[in-house]
Design a binder for this molecule. Structure first.
Ligand code: ARG
Length: 490
C-alpha cells in the first residue's frame, strides 16, 4: 500500500487536509511519545490476540511492522494528525489493510492518555533522581560543616548565628518533601487508561488488566470516561515540579547572595564571565536555576487554564495539555542537576562566615534567653536587650556590649544587671559559636542536634532511593515481559 492510500484509510477524503492541517497536527510534538506509542500498540495487539479478537497471523504481521516502524524512527513516519495515526498508517503501509485491525477496541483518546502516562513516569523518575542527587550534595556538604558558624537571616538581615550544615539541611528537608510529592504523583500517573476506548468502553472482550500489566502500570483506571479524559495527574505532577522549582529558586537566590558576600565560592564550572568586564565571575548557573521557576509555574498555569471548564469527555484542547508537563519536567530536571553540581563543588569560606556571624548583634536573642533563665520574664529581658541593641555596633567587644547591657538594665530595672545574672554568662552568650552550640533543641543548629538531622536525611535518602530503584526495576521487567510476548509472535 502506498503512503497516500494508507493515510486515506484513516482520514478518508473529507478529512485529508485543508488549511488547518498543520494546526491540527501534533505529530512533531508527539516525537516525545513515539516509543510509548509503539509499546502501547504492542501490548494492545498481544492482548487482542490472546482474547481471540485478532488472529496470530495478523498479530505477527502487525508486530513485525511495528519493529520496522521503530527501526525507521519518528522522522520517517508518514504524515498525519498525530503519532498514533501516523504509526497506524505506517503499519498499514507494511501489512496492508489487515494492519488496520490494530486499532480494534481502542481510540486515540485512551491511546494518547496511555502514552502520556507511559512516558511521563520515566521523566518523573528522572526528576526524582535529580532531587536525590541534590539532597545528597546538600547532606554530604552539610556533614563537613557542622561546626562552620555563619550568619542566619530573616528579612535578609542578620538574625541569629547558625552553621552551614544547619542551613544546607534546611534545604535538604524541603527537597525531600519535593521528592515525596513527586513519588506520590508517580503513583497516580502509573495507572492505565488503555481499553477505555473513546470514553464509553468497547463491545469487544478486552482484558484491560493484561495490557496494564504488559505496560508496567500498577492498576487500571476503573471508569472509562475518566480514564480517557482525566488529566489531573498532569496537574499534580506539574504542581510538584513547580513547588520543587520554587524550592530551588530560593536555594539559588541564597547562594547568589552568599557568593556576593564572599561566603561561598562557586566552582568555575558553575560560573560564567562577562564578555566585556574581564574581572567578572558571575553565578549565572544559579540565576538560571532561580529563573526556571518561571518555566514550571508558567507551565502549571498554562495547563490548569487549558483544563479548566473542559466538558466531559475528550476534547482536542487536551492535545495542548501534556506538552506543558513535558517542557516543565525537562527544565526542572536540568535546573535540579545544575543545583546539585553547584552545591557539591562550592567552597564555603569558614573565616569570612565566622567573622560576620555576630554582626548586627545577632546574639541578642541568646542574651535575652540568658537573662530569662534567671527567672526574669522573657518580655523584660527582651526590653533590656532591645534598649541596649540600638547603641551596639559590630566593632564592640564582649566587655563593651556587656557594659551597654548593664546600662540598659539600669534604665529598665533601676538596678545593675549583675545582681540578676553573672557577667560571664552574658559574655559567653555573645559568642556566635557558643550561641550555636547552646541551641541544641530538636532541629536546632547545635552540632549535636544537626547530627540527628544528618541521620534523618541519610535514612530518608536511602528509603527514597530504594523506592525509585524498585519503580525503575518494575518498568524494566514489564519491558522485558512485553518484548518476550512480542518475540513469541514475530
Ligand atoms: N493527538 C491527540 C491528542 O494528543 C490524540 C487524540 C485525538 N482524538 C480525537 N478524538 N480527536 O490529544
Amino acid at each position: 500500500m502506498t503512503e497516500e492510500s494508507a493515510g486515506d484509510v484513516i482520514r478518508r477524503d473529507r478529512f485529508s487536509g485543508g488549511p488547518a492541517r498543520d494546526f491540527l497536527s501534533s505529530l512533531a510534538a508527539d516525537e516525545r511519545i513515539f516509543e510509548a506509542d509503539l509499546a502501547v500498540d504492542r501490548a494492545h495487539v498481544v492482548m487482542l490476540t490472546e482474547q481471540g479478537i485478532i488472529d496470530d497471523c495478523n498479530a505477527a504481521d502487525i508486530l513485525s511492522a511495528l519493529d520496522s516502524v521503530e527501526k525507521d524512527g519518528h522522522a520517517e513516519l508518514p504524515g498525519g494528525e498525530d503519532v498514533h495515526e501516523a504509526i497506524e498508517a505506517a503499519v498499514i503501509q507494511r501489512v496492508g489493510e489487515d494492519g488496520g485491525k490494530m486499532h480494534t477496541a481502542r481510540s486515540r483518546n485512551d491511546e494518547v492518555a496511555t502514552c502520556i502516562r507511559y512516558r511521563l513516569r520515566e521523566d518523573i523518575l528522572d526528576a526524582i533522581e535529580g532531587t536525590l542527587a541534590l539532597r545528597e550534595a546538600l547532606t554530604e556538604t552539610a556533614a563537613e560543616h557542622t561546626e562552620t558558624v555563619m550568619p542566619g537571616y530573616t528579612h535578609l538581615q542578620p538574625a541569629q548565628p547558625i552553621t552551614v550544615a544547619h542551613y544546607l539541611l534546611s534545604y535538604e528537608a524541603a527537597v525531600a518533601r519535593d521528592t515525596a510529592r513527586l513519588l506520590d504523583a508517580y503513583g497516580r500517573i502509573n495507572q492505565s487508561p488503555l481499553g477505555a476506548a473513546a470514553f464509553a468502553g468497547t463491545t469487544f472482550d478486552v482484558d484491560r488488566e493484561r495490557t496494564a500489566d504488559l505496560l508496567g502500570f500498577d492498576s487500571v483506571l476503573g471508569n472509562s470516561m475518566d480514564a480517557s479524559s482525566a488529566r489531573d495527574f498532569l496537574a499534580e505532577t506539574l504542581g510538584a515540579l513547580a513547588t520543587h522549582a520554587t524550592t530551588i529558586s530560593g536555594l539559588a537566590e541564597d547562594l547568589v547572595i552568599f557568593a556576593n558576600k564572599g561566603y561561598v565560592d562557586l566552582s568555575d564550572d558553575y560560573s560564567s564571565t562577562s564578555s566585556i568586564m574581564p574581572q567578572k565571575k558571575n553565578p549565572d548557573t544559579l540565576e538560571l536555576v532561580r529563573g526556571t521557576a518561571g518555566d514550571a509555574v508558567g507551565g502549571l498555569s498554562g495547563l490548569l487554564t487549558n483544563l479548566k471548564g473542559l466538558p466531559r469527555a475528550y476534547n482536542r484542547d487536551l492535545q495542548l495539555a501534556h506538552p506543558h508537563a513535558f517542557r516543565a519536567v525537562d527544565a526542572v530536571v536540568n535546573a535540579t542537576d545544575v543545583a546539585a553540581g553547584a552545591v557539591a563543588t562550592a567552597t564555603w569560606n569558614a573565616d569570612e562566615l565566622a567573622a560576620d556571624a555576630g554582626d548586627g548583634f545577632s546574639t541578642a536573642t541568646g542574651v535575652a534567653d540568658a537573662l530569662a533563665t534567671t527567672g526574669m520574664p522573657f518580655r523584660t529581658a527582651h526590653e533590656i536587650v532591645a534598649a541596649a541593641a540600638e547603641g551596639i555596633d559590630d566593632a564592640d567587644d564582649a566587655a563593651t556590649i556587656a557594659a551597654k547591657l548593664d546600662a540598659a538594665a539600669e534604665g529598665v530595672l533601676g538596678e545593675p544587671l549583675w545582681t540578676r545574672v553573672n557577667r560571664e554568662t552574658v559574655e559567653a552568650a555573645l559568642d556566635p559559636a557558643e550561641s550555636v552550640s547552646s541551641r541544641d533543641s530538636l532541629g536546632g543548629p547545635a552540632a549535636s542536634a544537626v547530627e540527628t538531622q544528618l541521620d534523618d536525611a541519610r535514612a530518608r535518602f536511602g528509603d527514597d532511593a530504594d523506592s525509585v530503584a524498585a519503580r525503575r526495576d518494575a518498568l524494566a521487567q514489564a519491558n522485558e515481559k512485553l518484548r518476550a510476548e512480542v518475540d513469541s509472535y514475530v
